[in-house]
Design a protein around this ligand. Sequence first.
Ligand code: PMP
Length: 410
Amino acid sequence: MTFDVDVLRKDFPILGRTVDGGARLVYLDSGATTQKPLQVLDAERDFYLTHNAAVHRGAHQLAGEATEAYEGARHTVARFVGAADDEIVFTKNTTEGINLVAYALGNARRVGPGDRIVVTEMEHHANLVPWQQLAERTGATLDWFGLTDDGRLDLTRAGELIDERTKVLAVGHQSNVLGTVNPVRELADRAHAFGALVVVDGAQSVPHRPVGVRELGADFLAFSGHKMLGPSGIGVLWGRRELLADLPPFLTGGSMIEVVEMDRTTFLPPPQRFEAGVPMTAQAVGLAAAVDYLEALGMAEVAAHEDALTARALELLAEVPGVRIVGPRDVTDRGAAVSFTVDGIHPHDVGQVLDERGVAVRVGHHCARPIVRRYGIPATTRATFYVYNTLDEVDALVDGVRAAQKYFGG
Ligand code: PMP
């Protein structure tokens, strides 16, 4: 398969629908969740139609087939990010993956009173609140990298923030609001020099650009299936083998135990130790199909396509008087999340005018409230692009913004 957006759009029937009023759907909300190609839907349906059973331990053939499908999906995901199979833990989503690490580190007493946990001001709440909670439970201090006016990390305090007190650095690879791609490798190397663990929120990077866990240089990486053409209800936590092996479980119960006595239990090694209960097997199969789909397109091609869309959006929006981009204004080290404000018009009103024209965007703080506070705005309008978006759709966004200005007399 080569990257031809007109061809691949046929795999996404939902993109052919209209919204109330008859306008053609222009879906620019993939940062929240992506649409699913037929190949993913078929893979899930096929699993339920022909192989469905609870994985592991079953004495019958279907259980064996289901286990094979589930472990096969793990292998596909591992290959996609350059990891070993037993370093891949299936979770519900990014949020659960980060909580797993935060709780396990707390339970393992790897963080304690006087220690420091470092995050950034651009984190999604999923990579902020679990660390606030861990700090509260353990008596550690939470500190953070602030932001520059153009939406990048202000690294001037790096020497102060990352030292021997720092136990965890939790950083987003790509911001879901600003689009900024953060220098994870550089930060990870610095954190490792002081023995800190590095947890990366890959929810917005893994779907959009080639990400290899070895090159990334982190210790944990969490991402979500539903943001990369896969089903909802399945996510991934990658962790370095020796670190996972050292961590106590997060959720406990069936499927993750070795021997259970009435008063104590021993646990299986990773990844099973972190997958309590019957897992989401069909969803894992669907995620593997999504990975196959992305690999067939080529992640470098995916990134290049998104760069072209982002460049067009940044260029055209810059030409509209009163529109302000919140985040980097050029495509260097940034991804396909374009947030903006329109002078004199509340983002919700911009969103509504766009919706009436079929253009689906998101408005609000995008689960990263500290960002909008940093820039002194109540909210932004955010367009996010993915493999199936076209340059025409970017134009539809910008036309819609101009229409909103006309409507509200801007
Ligand atoms: N981090 C980032 C950067 C995100 O964009 C999101 C989803 N908006 C999340 C974490 C949380 O993902 P999920 O809701 O799938 O757990």
